[in-house]
Design a protein around this ligand. Structure first.
Ligand SMILES: [Zn+2]
Length: 160
């Protein structure tokens, strides 16, 4: 790998239509991951080229398209896919919890008072830091979606 090819911290990914679960996880980890189950191969290729995204796919034919940066995933298992991506793309540490898992939009901090009436009572009592998706309005907090990922993340890091 040339010096100039080294990741700058802004690796942009695109998960093909078969990889919805993977896309959600990558977003929760903070990686910019385009995904839409409605995209066909042509749409994937067009968007990846236009936005300089690395295509993640299980489809060898798609991965070998000209002018495309792609990573052919060798496993159907989420954790093995994540490990392969980390290893082969040398992803820089992302800011977990910085991105909406549904929209891929960067989250924005939001005051507890602004979202309080939408929170479950337990969350209201125990959490102080909240983020909101500017696109879908979903609210995130550290004990929510992110906590459930932690055991898997720890396993992935143990493999490094
Ligand atoms: Zn969203």
């Amino acid at each position: 790998m040339n010096e100039s090819d080294k990741p700058t911290g802004e690796v942009r990914l695109l998960a093909d239509a078969m990889l919805g679960k993977l896309a959600k996880w990558l977003r929760l980890l903070g990686y910019d991951t385009a995904y839409d189950p409605a995209w066909d191969d042509a749409a994937v290729v067009r968007l990846a080229r236009a936005e300089g995204r690395v295509v993640l796919t299980r489809d060898r034919v798609l991965s070998e398209r000209r002018g495309l940066r792609a990573l052919l995933l060798t496993s159907d298992e989420l954790e093995e896919q994540m490990a392969q991506i980390m290893n082969e793309l040398h992803l820089p540490p992302a800011e977990a919890g910085s991105r909406c898992s549904i929209c891929n939009a960067p989250l924005q901090p939001v005051a507890k008072a602004e979202v309080a009436e939408r929170l479950p009572p337990y969350v209201l009592r125990t959490q102080e830091v909240f983020h909101r998706c500017p696109r879908c309005d979903r609210v995130y907090w550290p004990g929510g979606h992110w906590a459930r990922m932690q055991p898997v993340l720890n396993r992935l890091r143990g493999e490094e």
